[in-house]
Design a protein around this ligand. Structure first.
Ligand code: URA
Length: 234
């Protein structure tokens, strides 16, 4: 009987690991409902973005910044109503100082093209703006540290649709109570600082390269984004 229970427990743990659901086992779910804006930036959109960039460049004592080559701030159209948030720069992004220029970026371009979007029609940034060493996930502290900048970034861009690419962006902006496989493909209307925005999470392109069988779900999400942008007349 006891052996039976142990086997069930082991099977359950393996199942959670398979789902990458370590957050489900955490005692302290993080629910992000405080979106404080620094709201200290004035001027035109370009000036505000420049000021935000300088603010991030002046961050002190950040391990990410110490090991990174470049700040990776954003790419795309600053007037777009569709903003995409990734996790953090990888090796190629670190060299070029631009988000999503490596292999995951190439897949992201294809995903965008499939719904008639491209880099000139969207705006892209990341949860953290400096490359985490060895492409590790940013820690909770690092995410917390960069969150106010991300929120200011969203406030300056004023998107109508926010696309969270993968679990790090989901955890940073929504919380870690729900895993990406459950959260994806659903619209949430959210107020982030002073911005009312439609938020959708989908799989990160790097994850899709590892798990191509999941692309069918990303396709559903992409079609939802296409429909929503039609409804919102973007
Ligand atoms: N992955 C990300 O999350 N962001 C990038 O900029 C590149 C790869």
């Amino acid at each position: 009987m006891k052996k039976d229970l142990n086997q069930k427990l082991i099977a359950l743990i393996e199942y959670y690991n398979l789902m990458n659901a370590n957050y489900l086992l955490s005692n302290s779910p993080i629910k992000r409902n405080i979106y404080n804006s620094q709201n200290i930036f004035t001027g035109s959109k370009t000036e505000k973005l420049d000021k935000l960039k300088k603010k991030i460049q002046s961050i002190k004592n950040c391990e990410l910044k110490k090991s990174a080559k470049n700040l990776v701030f954003s790419d795309g159209n600053i007037n777009s109503k569709i903003m995409l948030i990734g996790e953090g720069p990888g090796a190629n992004e670190d060299i070029e100082g631009k988000p999503f220029v490596g292999r995951a970026g190439k897949l992201l371009n294809k995903m965008l093209e499939s719904i008639k979007l491209n880099r000139e029609k969207v705006y892209i940034s990341n949860v953290v703006n400096y490359r985490p060493p060895e492409n590790r996930k940013p820690t909770e502290e690092e995410m917390q540290r960069y969150l106010p900048y991300l929120i200011s970034h969203i406030e300056i861009i004023k998107p109508k649709i926010l696309v969270l690419l993968g679990s790090t962006a989901l955890n940073a902006l929504i919380g870690n109570e729900i895993v990406i496989s459950k959260a994806r493909g659903r619209w949430i209307q959210k107020k982030i600082a002073s911005i009312e925005v439609w938020v959708i999470a989908t799989f990160h392109p790097a994850f899709l390269m590892r798990q191509p069988d999941q692309k069918k779900f990303a396709w559903i999400d992409l079609k939802m984004i296409r429909e929503k942008s039609k409804t919102l007349k973007l």
